[in-house]
Design a protein around this ligand. Structure first.
Ligand code: GCB
Length: 628
């Protein structure tokens, strides 16, 4: 239960920022996004990445006046005004901004590492640019913002188009009415401030990076277009397709879902809601997707004047007793966790394909892994597509992290919308096998209700994957033996139980005792170690293994924890914390941390630590024991 003073703080904080889940409420059905806009980068349009003017606005002057209410004319950064000319024309005019003469930055990007003065800035930033456009009457136009952290407002040619809450999922807005033939001014206000009602809340253990960290695109589609096309292999062994059209000719429209390599076409007509849903027998020569053979098939969906191209892998994932079955065969998940943060000394969460490839390759080839936990929020679509291509199984999660306002309906709405946006965006990705709804959340009746809602949302939106959450555990001791128990009542609701465990790093258990810990699992379900880890500054050694932050201590921590893991009969995988050292304002030890969480197996610049080789060796052994 939140105490009322925290609630009061939350209420006050809500007044000062404009995000607000409630704004989005009216326009959404079942918390699903208004538009899915499947595979946006394959669409005709204009990539608006590149140079944008920007203006910091810590007092949110561009949004409201000094007594509240609407911002005055001289303050509205989103008005497409040539301030210089307006001031020349009217000597009485007063503008306290000038976007055309403002500094410029490059998007996608975060401001946090752009300048020292912005390192810990949390607030509103305005971004503006101009683009030219040729309107075609037969088309509809959309602006898609892949990620703006934490809330964003879009304006086109001075008109307010809409707002979005959540820093890791896309927002898609139709602008057919507002876009001009010729010159257009687009402005996005991004506010990185979060309140206790936000998801995640203000306190986390990672850098949350304010800014527009993924692409912004103008997208052109026909009047009636394929908004969503979900093509998959069902557990009962059929190819299924669900296609959603959007537009005036959506109902009664013929749809074709072609997989040329398999000589398979699923066809039929949409219903009154523009939905076409069907299944077909799996062709005998279908090659199932797996980490060993990440086979992707080109899939072409056509309906009316629209065509959508996808590349899709087909596989099944299910649980049988204590086993996780991939394509019907038991699998052990040899994984690692990863934040969305590129290698380098001043990362800005600009996860280009090359940056993602460097990290995923280190997992697959360096660590001999087959699994990655993409922590603690939905990562960019291009990273997921890369995991499909490289052959890495994926855990994807929403940032329901630590202490959420469990009793607040708007917060539940925010989390549930994020989950829906993430599942709609990514459910064609064969790599994703697990949707996780929470990380290390304290047990209470309100929290259980909140998370059960998310679990059933995930199952309703996607019945083909497994649902999990990273849970906390309790410990007891008798006759000198320490036992760890998974007594979180949520376990009952999950397909796979996952726990984070840090004995030997946090708490007072001596490192030498960790291997002897015993685990109980009365739930009859597979268990994953979603996290375990210890910090080490690359290059700092202490052969006695006594000093925390030495590579030697971290290496011994891995030896001890892996020895413990080997004794757990229901353990079906792990994603230790974490691949790379990452920025976290919580971590300020002046010698070892300086703003970095040092639990990486590689440093921020990619230098491998000793523990890297221990895990890589362990995974190589596990891999060699896999039955042929
Ligand atoms: C955890 C959290 C993760 C932290 C990690 C740590 O349990 O889930 O976000 O970064 O521990 O380093 O303490």
């Amino acid at each position: 239960m939140m105490c009322s003073s925290i609630k009061a703080v939350a209420a006050l904080a809500m007044l000062s920022v404009w995000p607000l889940a409630a704004q989005a409420e009216s326009s959404r059905i079942n918390n699903s996004p208004d538009y899915v806009m499947m595979n946006p980068s394959s669409r005709t349009g204009l990539d608006l990445s590149g140079s944008w003017a920007w203006s910091i606005d810590p007092y949110r002057d561009g949004l409201s006046g000094f007594h509240g209410g609407e911002a005055g004319i001289g303050h509205r950064r989103f008005d497409p005004v040539d301030v210089e000319a307006a001031t020349r024309d009217d000597p009485a005019a007063l503008f306290e901004y000038d976007m055309r003469n403002a500094e410029r930055t490059t998007l996608p990007g975060s401001w946090n590492t752009e300048a020292d003065s912005l390192r810990h800035y949390n607030g509103l930033m305005w971004y503006t640019r101009n683009f030219s456009h040729q309107t075609r009457n037969e088309s509809r136009y959309f602006i898609r913002i892949e990620a703006a952290n934490y809330t964003s407002r879009l304006y086109l040619n001075g008109a307010f188009i809409g707002s979005h809450e959540g820093g890791f999922t896309p927002a898609t807005y139709e602008v057919t009415q507002q876009i001009l033939n010729g010159s257009n001014d687009i402005t996005i206000g991004v506010d990185s401030a979060r309140t206790p009602l936000s998801v995640p809340p203000p306190v986390t253990d990672w850098e949350t990076y304010g800014g527009i960290t993924r692409e912004v695109r103008l997208i052109e589609v026909p009047q009636t277009f394929i908004d969503d096309a979900w093509v998959r292999l069902t557990r009962d062994g059929r190819v299924a397709a669900t296609v959603q059209l959007n537009g005036i000719d959506g109902s009664g429209q013929s749809v074709y879902v072609k997989i040329p390599e398999l000589e398979l076409t699923l066809t039929g007509k949409t219903d009154v809601n523009g939905v076409f849903d069907t299944t077909a027998v799996v062709p005998k020569d279908l090659v199932r997707w797996s980490p060993e053979n990440p086979k992707l098939y080109p899939v072409i969906v056509t309906a009316g004047h629209d065509t959508l191209n996808e590349r899709i892998g087909f596989r099944t994932i299910e649980v049988n007793g204590l086993d996780i079955l991939l394509n019907g065969e038991p699998i052990f998940l040899r994984g690692i966790s990863m934040h969305e943060e590129e290698l380098g000394i001043a990362p800005a969460r600009v996860m280009s394909e090359a940056s993602a490839r460097a990290l995923l390759t280190e997992i697959k080839e360096g660590l001999n892994g087959n699994f990655v936990r993409l922590a603690h929020y939905p990562h960019s679509e291009s990273t997921l597509r890369l995991a499909d291509e490289i052959g890495l199984l994926v855990w994807s999660e929403v940032p329901v992290y630590w202490l959420i306002e469990w009793e607040n309906e708007a917060t539940l709405h925010t989390a549930s919308s994020m989950l829906a946006e993430s599942i709609h965006r990514d459910r064609n990705r064969a790599s994703i096998i697990l949707w996780s709804v929470a990380n290390e959340t304290p047990v209470s009746a309100a929290r259980n209700r909140f998370l059960k809602t998310l679990i059933s949302d995930a199952r309703r939106l996607d019945g083909t994957r497994l649902v999990t959450a990273a849970l906390l555990t309790s410990q007891s001791e008798s006759d000198g033996i320490v036992e760890v128990h998974i007594d979180d009542p949520l376990a009952e609701w999950l397909d796979v139980m996952s726990v984070n465990t840090y004995n030997g790093w946090y708490g007072d258990m001596p490192l030498a005792n960790v291997h002897a810990l015993r685990w109980t699992n009365e739930h009859g379900k597979p268990l994953l170690f979603s996290e375990f880890g210890a910090g080490a500054l690359a290059g700092f050694h202490d052969p006695s293994m006594k000093r925390k932050f030495s590579e030697d201590y971290q290496a011994e921590y891995y030896r001890q924890t892996l020895a413990m893991a080997e004794q757990i009969p229901s353990l079906r995988g792990m994603s230790p914390w974490i691949l790379k050292d990452f920025q976290s304002p919580r971590r300020q030890h002046p010698v070892y941390q300086n703003g970095w969480n040092r639990k990486g197996l590689i440093s921020e610049t990619g230098r491998r630590k000793e523990a890297f080789y221990i895990l890589a060796h362990h995974y190589a052994e596990l891999e060699s024991h896999v039955p042929p």
